[in-house]
Design a protein around this ligand. Structure first.
Ligand SMILES: [Zn+2]
Length: 281
């Protein structure tokens, strides 16, 4: 490979941040945290190891995902409960907030809606930061483990990847066939997963999650949500996934609802205001 004479100069150009997060509408975290204090438990669901579970989270309520029994990674899909075509958009969330999310970051929905679906209000792994390998927790860079990639790499079928777990749970919850349910399953928020990209080869890596029982991440639902979460067959994702070899643990989802009085002045964000004309009248 021949490098041009000015290669070093081209390489030395300083990067610019693509999107200024400070230009986004800012969440009122103080209001949310105040509301969280008096919120009461209204629903619970547990994703069994190598399975997924669904739970509905009304707008203005809190969804907490808690590690129980042992270190475990979860793959989370989010839908507008009233319009399943509006789904979590991991790629745009990554472009806006970075490769990993924590308290104050928001989970954005797909086009043409592009609005905050949820805001992270608590993260007991927020202390982890970015480690010496460039790894961090709760990524929006992975997709979800799936049987198709497993087939490509290993030549065999495995049926308890997150993609399949999410598909079965979503289908059962909504009374759909697997074929009708599967197209709804989308790239996830990798809850508790510790990941990054190697600096030398740029490859996606994972390492054992620092999560321990009782750690949790909590979201404020900006709109009515249907959450579907899989307890990844990779367990803490310290060795491998797409098999039954890793120790796996359940993950708990709980929904808490505050008094409407404490959310006075708050309302769900409106769908994106872009006209949708794409330049044609
Ligand atoms: Zn997985």
């Amino acid at each position: 490979m021949i490098e041009p004479k000015d290669g070093a100069v081209r390489r030395a150009v300083a990067p610019v941040i693509c999107y200024s997060v400070s230009d986004l509408p800012q969440p009122n975290l103080g209001l949310y945290l105040n509301a969280a204090e008096g919120a009461v438990l209204v629903a619970k669901a547990t994703a069994a190891p190598r399975e997924a579970a669904c739970i509905e989270v009304p707008a203005g309520s809190f969804l907490r995902i808690t590690s129980v029994e042992g270190p475990q990674v979860g793959d989370l899909n989010l839908f507008n409960a009233g319009d399943l075509s509006e789904q979590f958009y991991s790629g745009k969330t990554r472009a806006l907030h970075g490769t990993h999310v924590t308290t104050g970051d928001r989970l954005w929905s797909s086009f043409p809606h592009l609005r905050p679906m949820a805001t992270i209000v608590a993260d007991t792994l927020g202390w982890y930061g970015i480690d010496e390998y460039g790894g961090s927790v709760h990524d929006v860079i992975g997709t979800r483990c799936d049987p198709y990639t497993g087939r490509l790499l290993r030549g065999s079928d495995y049926h308890n990847c997150c993609h399949s777990n999410l598909t079965r749970a979503f289908a059962d919850y909504l009374g759909l066939s697997l074929a009708d349910a599967e197209p709804y399953i989308h790239d996830v928020l990798n809850v508790f997963m510790c990941t990054g990209f190697t600096r030398d080869t740029g490859q996606y890596f994972m390492k054992a999650s620092p999560v321990r029982p009782d750690d949790y991440i909590e979201f404020f639902a900006e709109i009515d949500l249907l959450a579907v979460m899989s307890a990844c067959p990779g367990g803490d994702c310290g060795s491998e996934h797409t098999s039954d070899s890793a120790p796996c643990h359940p993950l708990q989802m709980s929904v808490r609802t505050p008094s409407p009085l404490v959310l006075e002045g708050w309302s769900s964000p409106m769908p994106n205001a872009y006209s949708g004309s794409h330049g044609r009248v």
